[in-house]
Design a protein around this ligand. Structure first.
Ligand code: 4AD
Length: 439
């Protein structure tokens, strides 16, 4: 490794010391006799100062390096309160390691923002932006907090196959693929496998992994590849146990972002209000009743459409000043294709299924699963599912299956809503959608 000093290692004791720093030349301000070069590294930006009379040749070279080239600079640290980080590096020599072409297809520090498509087409440059990097640092905090939460609550991290023979969430959004001499699919969710693990006695599992959906519509909340945060646990009494776990997870994540998010959060100034637990529970019936009163937001199956979901989020914010809420007791007719959802014992028209919403965006869905073989197969029959195709799954229910439940949380959706981002694609390094397969 080259001996390189990062910003955080420079302090008062560094003053007068000779060090080497490395990074991308972000901007050059040449004042004639002195030039201020703003360089960027993974911890942020720092200033290199070149003084012409010290070394005219070096001065000429460094001020003419194209922006975004990678260089190392050797120099002496000088304290300077006027400068970002409180120090500048007085250049003594530098090495141009990789020269950037000109013009840049996307400006890294341009004040005028490029449209999202241009940004995503040139993502390698877009990701050089401090604010964009900050988002992925916050995402890292979020995912680490999730792992910490699950480990702390006795969950085992697992990895289930992403090449599968059967879909769990309905055929329409399956991506088929050629698998040797047969047809397979990309997994829409680890659903069936995490249930099988309940029969194996793992009792509490979680998985943070990609899930694939061939979504028909192009929206700001759907992508074809997202990270699904899935949990499943056994010996629950009702969906309420699952909601309890889910809200504690979300709270834990928000707290971690609040506590560890600085300085990235300074670039994402959001109103992070920690919700009070337990979160508000509104039944699906109450939501549909409210929307019917407005005369909009419902769909022909008795559910809510996207506008309805947004209106419910707004309603809860206006009535109670709360961002997060559960929509509970989804009707059997609405849950529909979710054949594995347990129906209420006293009212088979209802399930214990829930969604966790935040300001009108669905973040999580989950609930208690049907663990009784005879009831499960009946529900599968209603959905015209081919038993043979699901035999690998059904088998696990014939030899001892505890009551269980769990949820799936869209990692990008949670980040999107916490940072108040319009388009979910911003939360993914290299998003996939109907129109985008590269970069
Ligand atoms: O509501 P979904 O389809 O539920 C399941 O996958 C169940 N197996 C979960 C369970 O354990 N019962 O997906 C779960 C979450 C959604 O709430 C949403 O946040 C996210 O996954 N999600 C998507 N995020 C981005 N783009 C898409 N196309 C998404 N589809 C689902």
């Amino acid at each position: 490794m080259r001996d390189i000093t990062h910003i955080s290692s420079v302090d008062e004791d560094s003053s007068g010391q000779k060090i080497r720093m490395a990074g991308w030349i972000q901007d050059v301000r040449n004042l004639g006799g002195i030039a201020f070069i703003i360089m960027r590294e993974r911890e942020g930006v720092f200033q290199v100062t070149a003084i012409k009379k010290n070394d005219p040749e070096l001065f000429e070279k460094i001020v003419n390096v194209p922006r975004e080239s990678v260089t190392t600079v050797d120099g002496t640290v000088q304290e300077n309160e006027e400068v970002i980080n409180g120090f500048e590096l007085i250049a003594e020599s530098f090495e141009l390691i990789s020269e950037a072409g000109t013009p840049l297809p996307l400006g890294v520090i341009d004040k005028v923002g490029a449209d999202l498509d241009t940004r995503l087409n040139n993502r390698f440059l877009d990701l050089r932006k401090e604010k964009v990097l900050a988002l992925f640092k916050l995402r890292d905090i979020m995912e680490r907090a999730m792992r910490g939460f699950f480990t702390g609550n006795g969950f085992l991290e697992v990895h289930t196959p992403k090449i599968v023979a059967a879909g769990a969430e309905g055929g329409a959004t399956l991506f088929p693929l050629k698998y040797f001499d047969s047809e397979a699919y990309l997994a829409q969710s680890p659903q069936l496998y995490k249930q099988i693990l309940m029969s194996a006695g793992f009792e509490r599992v979680y998985e943070i992994a990609p899930a694939y959906r061939a979504e028909a519509s192009d929206t700001v909340r759907h992508i074809a590849e997202f990270i699904s945060v899935d949990a499943e646990m056994s010996f629950i009494e009702s969906s309420e146990d699952v909601m309890d776990l889910c809200e504690r997870l979300v709270y834990h994540v928000l707290k971690a972002i609040e506590e560890e998010g600085s300085p990235s959060l300074e670039l994402w100034p959001v109103d992070l209000v920690l919700p009070k637990l337990p979160l508000r529970r509104v039944t699906h019936e109450e939501c549909v009743g409210y929307l019917s009163g407005l005369g909009k937001g419902t769909d022909p199956e008795g559910g809510m459409d996207t506008e309805g979901e947004k209106l419910v989020g707004k309603w809860i914010q206006e009535e109670h000043g709360e961002d997060f809420y559960f929509i509970t007791e989804f009707p059997t007719s609405v849950v529909g294709k979710t054949f594995y959802a347990m129906r209420k014992a006293d009212d088979p028209e209802l399930t214990g299924y829930f969604d966790l919403g935040c300001r009108g965006l669905e973040i999580v869905s989950g609930g208690q699963r049907e663990h009784r073989y005879d009831v499960l197969t009946k529900q599968m029959e209603e959905n015209d599912l081919d038993f043979e195709e699901f035999e690998f799954y059904l088998k696990a229910f014939r030899y001892g299956m505890p009551p269980h439940g769990g949820f799936g949380l869209g990692a990008e959706r949670l980040l999107q809503t916490v940072l108040d981002i319009k388009n979910i694609r911003e939360c993914v390094l290299f998003p996939r959608d109907r129109a985008r397969l590269v970069p």
